[in-house]
Write a protein that binds this ligand. Structure first.
Ligand code: AVW
Length: 256
């Protein structure tokens, strides 16, 4: 009976102690998250100010990409060596792939890129507001608010590229590498051979593929590449890519 009493008392004490630790755990988590949320708010405020100064009170067709330099200084890219993925005319297929398989990182998968993907914004002379309607379209003028942003962040993303980088290009086009695209006009020019070892082209082909790796436009791409960067090209069917992204056991390196 004495032994039973000891066991019962022991269990009761254990339960009481656990109960008592619950309010303490709550205090701990509440205080910790209040502290973190304060740090986040200060951080987000700084990033917002650096972002906003690029275009507020300005003609939305007169925002050069350099206007976003302070934003890039405030929110630099963390290099993800061997995992960086560039693309041109393959937006849907590439993001479908990176969303399903955690091998590569596109600009739109980064914090800054994902926050602004798909959005339109601009300022107006004489106003301190940010507008989301009545802004110039992508091709209305060269130095528009949104286009200059993507040009500037693309330059920074390419500049951070290190190790082996990959680009998905569209094999259904007669000219998969266009020197007028962001990839051709900005990213390729910002690759740095001190950091980057190779550029691997993955040419996405469909049943009726128009071009292959011997396409003339890839000669232009290789000419643009900084001398120390190796070049490779591989044709991969869209079906193969989809199969790979939906098979979790297949390691990243075996998709092509
Ligand atoms: P893209 P990029 N009107 O597929 O190499 C509206 O040509 O240029 O690839 N939006 C446009 C227009 C237009 N006329 N042209 C381009 N865009 C926007 C950053 C639209 O959102 C990444 F790192 C389209 O989906 C890639 O490596 C996107 O620009 C590279 O730049 C891409 O156009 C892809 O640019």
């Amino acid at each position: 009976a004495v032994l039973l009493l000891i066991v019962v008392l022991g269990v009761a004490l254990g339960v009481a102690l656990k109960r008592n630790s619950e309010p303490f755990k709550k205090t701990f988590i509440d205080r910790y998250s209040a502290e973190l949320s304060m740090i986040f708010q200060i951080h987000c405020g700084k990033i917002w100010t650096a972002f906003e100064q690029a275009y507020v009170r300005k003609d939305p067709c007169k925002v050069p990409m350099e206007a976003y330099d302070p934003l890039m200084a405030a929110a630099p890219f963390k290099p993800a060596c061997n995992r960086m993925m560039f693309w041109s005319k393959t937006k849907e297929v590439v993001h479908d792939f990176t969303a399903k398989k955690d091998c590569f990182l596109t600009l739109e998968d980064t914090l800054l890129g994902s926050v602004l993907d798909g959005l339109t914004w601009c300022g107006k002379e004489g106003s301190s507001d940010t507008f989301t309607a009545g802004c110039p379209g992508w091709t209305d003028c060269d130095n528009n608010t949104v286009r200059s942003f993507w040009n500037r962040v693309s330059a920074a993303f390419a500049d951070a590229a290190c190790g082996d980088a990959t680009v998905m290009l569209n094999g259904s086009l007669a000219t998969p590498f266009s020197p007028y695209s962001i990839f051709g006009s900005i990213e390729v020019k910002n690759f740095n051979s001190q950091r980057m070892k190779s550029l691997n082209v993955v040419l996405i082909t469909q049943e009726k593929n128009v071009s292959n790796c011997s396409n003339a436009s890839f000669k232009d791409l290789q000419k643009e590449l900084d001398g120390g960067i190796k070049y490779n090209c591989k044709e991969v069917s869209e079906a193969q890519l989809q199969w790979c992204s939906s098979s979790p056991e297949t390691p990243c390196g075996s998709c092509w």
